[in-house]
Design a protein around this ligand. Structure first.
Ligand code: SAM
Length: 243
């Protein structure tokens, strides 16, 4: 028996000292068979609203794993008010976008259908599971939601006017992202938009240039893959906000 947390899990249940949590089968399997934890072992739990807690495995049975919640180890703190809008890209690469965006502190993930996007739908359940695992691993206190796929037209029509949207526009004369961020307050609500593997259509770029919340930005002269562009832009944005 040890007081060091041997795993970190997101659970939907309310967390407070003395509460009991029953794990769903996949998490029970992970603790029992993958990590081979037993009664008395300690894990860390978080639920996206109550902070992080130590919890001790109190029952490790064939049918269920129960945990007794102990002391709070971190109070809740919301993630940065930063959204990532992204055109869905092919399998293998889209997972990387979700995982890295979660690690980089994105608060909300919004898939967006654009003209040249070749992927007609996204598997929200699978992407949510990836975001959950990335949040567990990166010691976040919440899991960013994956919103339903919307068209670019709808996204722009319903865009909240106080939230600046930095559109990553390849082959443009736009300002470098870092320069575009310079005079802005560090905690302003903002978002990034990254296009599909085929890039934005010219008429999409024209419509975006007329939108009052949009600031087109470049990430340099090289044409990056969409997942590279998303990761690079998020790293630049987070670095600028922490300065
Ligand atoms: N097929 C397009 C072309 O050849 O112009 C390239 C699209 S790129 C693979 C996918 C997305 O990544 C773009 O729509 C854009 O949002 C982003 N991106 C890639 N390189 C970029 C750059 N240098 N600056 C800004 N955005 C970039």
């Amino acid at each position: 028996m040890s007081n060091v947390a041997k795993a970190r899990l997101f659970v939907p249940a309310a967390l407070s000292g003395g509460a009991e949590v029953v794990l769903p089968p996949d998490q029970a399997h992970y603790l029992r068979h993958v990590l081979r934890l037993g009664e008395g072992d300690t894990v860390a739990l978080f639920n996206g609203r109550d902070g992080e807690f130590h919890a001790v495995l109190s029952v490790v049975g064939k049918k269920e794993v129960r945990l007794l919640v102990g002391m709070q180890t971190r109070p809740f703190a919301a993630a940065a008010d930063l959204w990532l809008c992204f055109a869905p890209i092919r399998q293998g690469r889209i997972e990387m976008v979700i995982e890295k965006a979660t690690e980089l502190g994105v608060g909300r993930l919004l898939p967006v259908q654009t003209r040249r996007c070749q992927i007609p739908k996204v598997n929200g359940e699978r992407l949510s599971a990836i975001a959950r695992e990335a949040a567990e691993q990166s010691e976040r206190l919440d899991v960013p939601p994956i919103e339903n796929l919307v068209t670019l037209e709808k996204l722009l029509a319903e865009w909240p006017k106080e939230r600046r949207l930095y559109v990553c526009a390849e082959r443009s004369e736009a300002l470098p992202l870092l320069a575009a961020l310079q005079p802005r307050p560090k905690d302003e609500p903002c978002a990034l938009l990254v296009g599909p593997e085929g890039g934005f259509a010219p008429e999409e770029l024209d419509a975006m240039l007329r939108h009052p919340a949009i600031v087109p930005v470049t990430l340099g002269q090289n044409i990056l893959r969409a997942e590279t562009a998303a990761i690079a832009a998020l790293a630049i944005l987070q670095a600028a906000r922490q300065n």
